[in-house]
Write a protein that binds this ligand. Structure first.
Ligand SMILES: [Mg+2]
Length: 300
């Protein structure tokens, strides 16, 4: 059996050196495996290591023990897996951008702490998403519509690697879709800034310039999964050929169904269920997982 190990760290702190890779190879060979030559996808940052004669469930704990507390992500791919994905389906808040938009809007209403506490519980999977969204919108009161523009300009920052991820996948023919339980006002702007082909999210309703509610039906966990399936049908691919990434409980269903499901700096319930976890690296990790070298990245 052939497996492929990918070790990735944050490009801002390149800590993967040849000594570590040699130690990983030695450890795997001690366990009876035959390790191939390392393939550096980015010096110091991302390295592939092919390996035969060891099941992934044996390789993983051995390599994790070697990595220890070092800020390095490890993903093990299966035999003959087609790495480059034809569809990217990404969550927005705390995945493609660094903040939760609803929490930032709430700050302008003076209710950030209460709203953020509910967001946290919902993302951990402790509250039903749709009800939690309505509750938080109710807490905002009749907020002026102009606050959205201020929140976007002042608070929304792209996650490092977001542009490289989307632009590189696009340049290689993948469909890139942003699907969010947040709001169209933000997803449409973020999508055009980053380069997504399409975006799906919830629409806030305003009356005479004041917040009134949210349009039904609310886009939650099942709608994210349905979006993944619909996109696969349109592209005539299987979910196996898709990459889904997110951090919250409402991303779980799409992450579980996609061939490459990535929990990105995710809540524990999501990390536990995802095939791949990225806890240290930035979003370019998702390109390394597909075998792209840093020299092949696009930024648009
Ligand atoms: Mg999120």
């Amino acid at each position: 059996m052939q497996i492929l190990l990918t070790l990735i760290c944050n490009p801002a702190h390149p800590v993967i050196d040849a000594g570590l890779i040699d130690a990983v190879r030695d450890r795997l060979e001690d366990l009876g495996a035959i390790a191939g030559a390392p393939e550096w996808l980015a010096p110091g940052v991302a390295c592939d290591l092919g390996c035969a004669g060891i099941p992934p469930e044996m390789a993983e704990p051995a390599v994790r023990a070697l990595i220890g507390e070092a800020p390095i992500d490890l993903v093990i791919h299966g035999e003959k897996e087609e790495r480059q994905r034809k569809l990217l389906i990404a969550d927005m808040d705390s995945t493609i951008i660094t903040v939760e938009c609803l929490d930032e809007i709430a700050d302008f209403a003076g209710r950030k702490n209460e709203v953020a506490a509910i967001t946290e519980q919902a993302m951990r999977g402790e509250l039903e998403f749709e009800a939690a969204l309505r509750a938080r919108i109710d807490m905002l009161g009749p907020l002026p519509e102009a606050i959205l523009a201020t929140a976007y300009a002042e608070r929304v920052k792209l996650m490092p690697g977001a542009r490289e991820l989307v632009q590189t996948m696009r340049a290689n023919g993948a469909q890139c879709v942003l699907v969010s339980g947040g709001f169209t006002y933000f997803t449409e702007r973020v999508a055009s800034e980053v380069g997504f082909h399409e975006t799906f999210a919830n629409r806030l309703l305003f009356e005479q310039g004041r917040l009134k509610g949210v349009k039904d039906p609310i886009l939650g966990r099942e709608a994210k999964l349905a979006t993944l399936r619909r996109q696969c049908e349109t592209l005539q691919i299987t979910p196996d050929e898709a990459l889904a990434v997110g951090d919250g409980a409402n991303d779980l269903a799409m992450i579980e169904v996609a061939g490459m499901g990535v929990a990105y700096h995710a809540k524990p319930v999501v990390a536990a269920a995802a095939r791949a976890q990225i806890n240290h690296a930035d979003l370019t990790a998702l390109l390394y997982l597909q075998g792209y070298r840093s020299s092949a990245f696009h930024t648009g």
